[in-house]
Design a protein around this ligand. Structure first.
Ligand code: SF4
Ligand code: SF4
Length: 127
């Protein structure tokens, strides 16, 4: 569902130009989840699962062309930027765009304890 936006919905924002995100394989084994753990112990790395159950890794990495919340090469910006839909962005989406969000290892531990208890016990046998 599209929501009604103001004339300049991106005013003073620029958030979507401050990171890179890409799809990763859905983790299945303890070894796969240990890789996720490794990602999360790096500063600026975030893992999330979108509502369609696709897993992504996100790196905090502001674009070099972002200045004061504005794109300085707007008319020559890459296709991936042109294809980004403000109606679907995390700031304006009607629905949350993350089913699960892992910003640090503790988030992963909580997820495993609840959803993958066997993997949790294998990865954290002393807890
Ligand atoms: S598309 Fe969304 S996240 Fe990006 S600048 Fe506009 S309001 Fe901000
Ligand atoms: S090129 Fe422009 S629109 Fe694309 S990420 Fe950089 S600042 Fe944002």
């Amino acid at each position: 569902m599209k929501i009604k936006l103001s004339q300049d919905p991106c005013r003073d924002c620029g958030y979507c130009c401050t990171y890179l995100a890409m799809e990763i394989d859905r983790p299945r084994s303890a070894s796969d989840f240990d890789d996720i753990r490794w990602y999360l112990i790096h500063r600026g790395v975030h893992v999330y699962v979108c509502p369609e159950n696709v897993w992504h890794i996100q790196f905090a990495a502001p674009c070099l062309h972002l200045k004061n919340g504005r794109c300085k090469i707007y008319h020559k910006r890459p296709a991936i930027c042109r294809g980004y839909e403000v109606h679907n962005c995390s700031r304006h989406a009607a629905e949350p765009d993350e089913k699960h969000s892992f910003k640090k290892e503790a988030d992963l531990k909580r997820y495993l304890k609840k959803h993958r208890p066997r993997v949790y016990r294998k990865m954290y046998p002393d807890l």
